[in-house]
Design a protein around this ligand. Structure first.
Ligand SMILES: Cc1cc2nc3c(=O)[nH]c(=O)nc-3n(C[C@H](O)[C@H](O)[C@H](O)COP(=O)(O)OP(=O)(O)OC[C@H]3O[C@@H](n4cnc5c(N)ncnc54)[C@H](O)[C@@H]3O)c2cc1C
Length: 437
């Protein structure tokens, strides 16, 4: 059996190889560290083997002046941070976990807390990719070289070809610490204002909201903002190594009912005792709080969970966000703190997720009514012109995806050019794009 981060397992196996160039000749799909929640890294039913890239993690070149780096697609962000952070370099865009590979970051065109200033990792920062196409041909592509292949690959969830190497520039950072500000906010309208205000002052901004609170406190939560601390602020403080705990077992499903979720969210909100807290934060705790507990996905038990992440376009306004949260709450979409972000401009990746507006991401334990809940949320999202994030999705229906994705025809045209027989495919592409299993 093989599963994504949501633990929704399907029959299949992973074949690991250090030699991507050779192993990718026959592969139907590549997979990195399996941190996409749903079925994008899972093989189609009729071809249960997926090529695992994580052993192919060599750094091919690094320029100490410019920070330009070329590495194999299986290199993890954890390893990059281990090697480069203390030496004063960091990636231009990081997702909320460092247990991802470069190939996965490109395929999902990941965004981070700095999306409003830096856009997405693949389409806004990658300078070149070495790829193997379905035909077997090896090609180089980038923003100027084979741009159609490049823009379809960034955000294309592995369907255009196998990424073998990734080239981009690391950024110089003044110290390895984050100067952060974190604030408690009482309701959704103030939250949206505070996100705007913080985004104008800080490169990194994210919020955690309690989507079970109702009335005037609906959408209350904690807003986190930060920037790299200057060398003076850090004052030579060494970065301690992060110690992680491991979640020991699958929890039974009753443990995740509405009362426990409500109690957790309330405690988290009030734990933030002061209205405003400022200080230096370890980058692991600022960027990757969920990585502190390894295997935390076991918390959702044997049935697993899905993450529903959508972006509600700016045009829908605060009213759109409020309606969405009300709908969620009325349908019983209990979730531990949901993540809220203010997204910046759309990137050039044909299927890149972000869109100017508000992104909301919430974990939903799988129950008998999960499909109905996702359908209802998607129907509301379509009326507002929003879209979901493929890297998280496991339940969206093909018709809903088509309705929320006007860019789909362009993506399918690129795919028809580079893989006319649709040889490269996934469980997700079978579900959403009608590929053969
Ligand atoms: C706790 C947590 C927090 C997260 N936070 C964020 C966030 O803030 N922002 C964000 O954007 N995402 C976020 N994610 C999602 C995550 O960044 C993406 O799903 C990412 O793609 C996972 O990388 P991976 O290496 O694990 O890829 P996998 O999950 O293994 O694969 C993901 C996709 O990439 C494709 N792929 C992988 N390697 C290759 C390759 N070499 N060539 C071609 N295709 C390939 C796979 O086929 C699949 O379609 C988060 C995930 C978790 C678990």
């Amino acid at each position: 059996m093989i599963a994504g981060w949501g633990n929704l397992a399907v029959p299949g196996r992973e074949r690991l190889s250090e030699q991507l160039e050779r192993a990718s000749a026959e592969a139907v799909l590549c997979r990195g560290l399996g941190r996409s929640y749903g079925d994008s890294s899972l093989p189609p039913a009729g071809h249960p083997e997926v090529l695992g890239t994580r052993l192919a993690d060599r750094i091919v070149a690094f320029d100490q002046e410019s920070g330009r780096i070329r590495a194999e697609a299986g290199l993890s962000l954890f390893e990059l941070n281990r090697l480069f952070l203390r030496r004063g370099w960091f990636v231009p865009v990081t997702p909320g976990t460092q247990f991802v590979t470069l190939g996965g970051m490109v395929a999902a065109d990941v965004h981070g807390k700095n999306h409003h200033v830096e856009g997405c990792f693949g389409s806004d920062h990658v300078l070149g990719l070495k790829m193997r196409l379905a035909s077997g041909e090896l090609v180089e592509c980038g923003p100027e070289r084979e741009p159609e292949l490049f823009t379809a690959t960034c955000g294309g969830m592995g369907l255009l070809g196998h990424v073998l190497e990734v080239e981009f520039e690391l950024r110089r950072i003044p110290s390895p610490w984050i100067a952060s500000e974190s604030r408690r906010i009482g309701g959704i309208d103030q939250f949206l204002e505070a996100l705007k205000d913080a985004s104008a002052r800080y490169p990194y901004v994210v919020g955690w909201i309690d989507c079970l609170s109702r009335g005037p406190s609906m959408g209350r939560g904690i807003l986190d903002a930060g920037r790299w601390a200057t060398a003076e602020e850090a004052a030579g403080r060494a970065l301690p190594t992060t110690r992680r705990l491991t979640f020991p077992m699958m929890l039974p499903s009753w443990a995740l009912g509405r009362p426990s979720v409500r109690a957790f969210n309330t405690a988290y909100y009030w734990k933030h005792a002061q209205q405003l807290r400022r200080g230096l934060r370890h980058p692991d705790s600022f960027f990757y709080p969920l990585d502190m507990i390894l295997h935390w996905n076991r918390m959702y038990g044997r049935r697993g969970f899905t993450q529903y992440q959508c972006v509600i376009p700016a045009a829908a306004g605060a009213e759109g966000v409020r309606r969405f949260l009300e709908l969620l709450s009325s349908k019983g979409g209990a979730s531990f703190l949901a993540v809220i972000k203010d997204c910046g401009a759309e990137s050039r990746g044909i299927l890149s997720f972000p869109l100017p507006g508000i992104s909301i991401a919430l974990d939903i334990a799988v129950r008998d009514d999960t499909q109905a809940l996702v359908d209802t949320l998607n129907e509301a999202l379509i009326t507002m012109g929003g879209r979901i994030y493929l890297a998280k999705d496991a339940f969206t229906r093909a018709a809903h995806f088509r309705a929320m994705e006007p860019r789909l025809e362009r993506f399918l045209a690129a795919r028809a050019r580079f893989d006319p027989a649709r040889r490269i495919r996934s469980a997700q592409s079978v579900r959403l794009l009608g590929d053969r299993p």
